[in-house]
Structure formats: C-alpha cells, structure tokens
Design a protein around this ligand. Structure first.
Ligand code: NAG
Ligand code: NAG
Length: 362
C-alpha cells in the first residue's frame, strides 16, 4: 500500500513544478474513444461494457475509469504537464458542474461529420452516437451556465486550451473497415471531414478561444485491427516496419489537408494560436524504434486474442493480456497503451510534433 502513495506524491511534486507555467486555467477537449475519459461509460448506466471492467485501467488507475486504455490517455498527459487535474468527462456533470479546470466532451465512437451526412451522401449507416455538432452544443450549454453572456464566455475561453481531436478517425474507420465498400470512398468525404473540423475550430474561436490544438490522425497502417483486416501476401503492400503502405498514405493525406486547413484558419484569425499536433510522427517514433521505448513488437495488441496481431478477439475481461502493457504500443488492437500515448504526448508538449510545442505556448 505504501508504494502507490509514494508514487502519487512524486507525481504531485512533478506536476507542481511543471505547473509553474500556469498558462491555462482550463482545458476543453473534443474527440472520440482515443481520449474519452468516461463519457461513454457513464451513459451505459448499469449495462455492462468491457471498458468498465478489468483489464481496462490496470495501469496507473488500477481500476477501470471508462478510458479505452490500460491507463492514461493523451489529454491526461497534457493536463498533468500543464499543472491541471485530470479532466472530468463532461456528460455526468453537464447540467450542474462548474468545471473549474475544464471538461472533456470526447465520446467513444464519435465522428467529425454527423450520421445524417453519411446517410444522405453515401447511404451509410454510421454507428456513432456522438459527433462534433453534439459535442459543441454541449460546450455551449455548459458555457451558458458557467459563464453567461458573450463577454464572460470570451474571457473564460481566452484563458483555456481547446483540444479539437483527434476526431475524424472514426469517419474513416467506419468507411475503411467495412469490407463491402470500395476503399477509395473515404477519400471522397475526406475534404468534408477536414471542413467539419475546421468549422469546429472557427466556432470555438468565435466564442473566444485563443489557443486551439488540432491533432491529426495516427498511422492507421500500423494499427493491429487494420493489419489483420488487410493482411496481404504482396510484400509491396508493406513498408519496412511491417505497416500497410496504402493506409498510412491515407492518414498522411488527411494530415496534409488538415495542416493546410490549420494554416488557412491561422491566417484568418490573427492573435489566435492554432497548433497542428502531428500524432502520425509521434507514433512513428515507437514504430521505427520500439526498443528505445521498451516496446517489444509495436504492431501487436497487448489485450486480445491469438493471431499474428493478437486480434483474434477483442479486449474484455476474458481476453488474454500478453504481458506488461508498458512493453506494448497497442492496447486492444485499435487504441494505444498509456506507454504509447506518453511518447506521443511528450512530442506535442516538448516538440518536435507540435510547432510551437505546447509547453512553449505559455
Ligand atoms: C462587453 O465588452 C465590451 C467591450 O469590452 C463592452 O463594451 C460591453 O459593455 C460589455 N458588455 C457587457 C454586457 O458587459
Ligand atoms: C496467402 O497465400 C496463402 C498460400 O497461398 C493463402 O492460403 C492465403 O489465403 C493468402 N492470404 C491472403 C491474405 O491472400
């Protein structure tokens, strides 16, 4: 029992040190299961769902928290480095909370574009029960209560950090992982995904935000769920790290368009810092040099089943945990481990995967 208490005080000491910059009073974040810190789990009520059970949360928290991870996710690392407590999920306190240090609106399965868009344009039925429109509406509802009036809202958001994503990953997952659809279709809606993220950024700026972090997509061609779904006997389909070339190129295309959108928004909003966070580059660090981070095989999941990528089964309380999550990059075949997120977050906080590095925006 002594060891966790000791660890907690070390973390607090580290935080108070880094937190001296004290640059943001609050963080408001938007996204999907990559950073959901409990919204989805809360809305399942008493119904069982794997993320509410072991082994989720086995690292750091030592209990499930609704995070789709063994431990902390990207926004947790940002909050701690900025000297703030871990962000509460927004939904449990949407109608009552004062959110003195911010709130996380991210929700498992969320898409950038609304399901109605996909139904109308492609006749897809998107599973997502959350999307950017809903998350921004929820922010506005909270702001109208905790900082009523345009001026109060503006000054509250001016001293906040906004994290817009990662979002859009599910728009592509739903399109790419459904095998009965041509894989080029998601290229057709990519410009609209980018446009929707851009509109969301402009929306929070219009409300008063002065600093917005806009994360890009991950190298999905290195993600076990993709690697197992699109296994190929053609060596030309793989790069030298064993990742699927076509799918990584797809992510890079999204990231190039998003970078351009960030540049466009920056020139239209002088005095506002809009920072692209390169999650692709951050993740490629441990794909290319896994040993440097204590990771054995960056392409297999820690919790799952059998098969080349351990994806024979999803991660739940009956799954196999293949070893210490700290030596894996993928947690459950789609989402990453705390270890992987810590590496990516470090590159955003200290550079070079955000320009300016997040800690230098203080
Ligand atoms: C809002 O701020 C502006 C500019 O500082 C000021 O002129 C205006 O009176 C304020 N409005 C309210 C309702 O406080
Ligand atoms: C790869 O080749 C083997 C042997 O010819 C075959 O059984 C298997 O189905 C092939 N796999 C794919 C993904 O094409």
């Amino acid at each position: 029992m002594g060891i966790p208490i000791l660890l907690v005080s070390v973390v607090l000491l580290l935080n108070s040190h880094v937190g001296l910059c004290g640059c943001y009073k609050r963080i408001f974040s938007f996204g999907d299961s990559i950073i959901d810190t409990g919204n989805f789990a809360y809305t399942t009520g008493k119904n069982p769902t794997p993320v509410k059970e072991s082994p989720y949360g086995m690292t750091y928290f030592k209990r499930s928290t609704g995070r789709v991870c063994d431990g902390r996710v990207l926004v947790d690392f940002y909050a701690q480095a900025l000297g703030l407590p871990l962000l509460p999920p927004s939904i449990p306190e949407e109608g009552t909370g004062q959110f003195p240090t911010g709130a996380n609106f991210a929700y498992l399965g969320a898409t950038a574009l609304a399901p109605a868009y996909y139904k109308a344009k492609f006749n897809f039925d998107m599973g997502g029960s959350s999307h950017l429109d809903l998350q921004l509406d929820s922010l506005k509802k909270v702001l109208a209560r905790i900082a009523p009036g345009d001026n109060a809202t503006k000054s509250l958001l001016a001293e906040s950090l906004i994290i817009m994503g990662e979002i859009g990953g599910n728009d592509y997952n739903f399109g790419l992982l459904a095998r009965n659809r041509p894989r080029d279709t998601p290229f057709q809606y990519m410009p609209d995904v980018i446009g929707r993220i851009g509109t969301a950024v402009q929306d929070v700026i219009n409300l008063g935000a002065k600093t917005v972090l806009v994360p890009g997509n991950f190298p999905i061609g290195c993600v076990p769920a993709y690697l197992s779904a699109f296994q190929s006997n053609n060596t030309a389909d793989y790069d030298r790290n064993g990742c699927l070339v076509w799918y990584n190129d797809f992510s890079q295309k999204h990231n190039q368009l998003l970078t351009k959108e960030v540049q466009r928004l920056s020139s239209q909003n002088p005095g506002v810092k809009i920072i692209f966070a390169d999650y692709f580059g951050g993740a490629m660090q441990f794909v290319q040099n896994p040993k440097k981070y204590g990771i054995d095989d960056p392409l297999v999941s820690c919790c799952g089943g059998d098969g080349r990528y351990h994806t024979g089964k999803g991660c739940d309380k009956n799954s196999k945990v293949w070893g210490n999550p700290g030596s894996f990059a993928s947690w459950d075949g789609i989402h990453m481990t705390e270890k992987a997120y810590s590496v990516i977050a470090d590159g955003v906080l200290n550079g070079p995967f955000a320009d300016p590095a997040l800690l230098r925006t203080c």
